[in-house]
Design a protein around this ligand. Sequence first.
Ligand SMILES: CC(=O)N[C@H]1[C@@H](O[C@@H]2[C@H](O)[C@H](O)[C@@H](O)[C@H](O)[C@H]2O)O[C@H](CO)[C@@H](O)[C@@H]1O
Ligand code: ZN
Length: 286
Amino acid sequence: MTELPSRRLLLVHAHPDDESINNGATMARYAAEGAHVTLVTCTLGERGEVIPPGLRHLTGAALGAHRRGELAAAVSALGVTDARLLGGAGRYGDSGMMGLADNDDPGCFWRADVDEAAGRLAEVILEVRPQVLVTYDDDGGYGHPDHIQAHRVAMRAVDLAAERGHRIAKVYWNRVPRSVADAAFARLQDELSALPFDKGATVDDVPGVVADERITTTIDGTAYAAAKTAAMRAHATQIEVAEPYFALSNELAQPLFTTEYYELVRGPGQRGETDLFAGLDLGEAS
Ligand SMILES: CC(=O)N[C@H]1[C@@H](O[C@@H]2[C@H](O)[C@H](O)[C@@H](O)[C@H](O)[C@H]2O)O[C@H](CO)[C@@H](O)[C@@H]1O
Ligand SMILES: [Zn+2]
């Protein structure tokens, strides 16, 4: 088996597009620095809305296949070569927004057995042996069933992998510090009239906003802004970009962050980190 780089990062996401929105600059930076970046996406997003009128004929499996192609283009823009679908393409269906009848589809990710799905993710962990894992908080950032389930499966897989021989040293949740969000939305209100979007989102619409005190790690991805923006543009059915803002199909403008923030929830570390691998002895057998 080919020797993997000494730094190995695993990110677990719900749908194609979440990786670029939440961690595009981080992924591009670590890939450019030679770390091994593995992305696991849990569904194909086949229940998503479609922004471009010319693509609105895409629904169900056809939309899922198209978004799989968007995901491939996005990870290529980020320089990431190891992108996987949990359990293989289509194993877990898009569950739709919380409260919809879609959530009752027996084949959707929200209805998946967490231990079974986590066992599949643990196999990836035992193969790649990452030191760091990134996922959402227990609300999935904004309460979407697939995001909540991705959190649950990821956190369970960390425990299963540890039982089976690989302990992930550091686990982070995606975050945005409130002071940064407040300042960005103040600027957005000033600039909204010049944007191609009807309205602005609010801070409450942004996943993972927490008090500044909970932020442990700041990844300055300014140098990788172009890669992140290109990756977000690749998800054309879901995202419209008007730098330094973007909107989803709800047409609510929100800031496109190229500095990305994290909360360390497991493992050694301290506030003020600027590296997800901070404090790790990467020479140790792992
Ligand atoms: C960013 C994200 O998680 N997108 C999900 C989400 O999509 C939203 C949903 O369609 C909602 O109805 C829209 O108002 C919003 O603009 C969309 O971003 O949920 C989809 C269905 O589960 C999912 O496919 C998409 O990736
Ligand atoms: Zn999502």
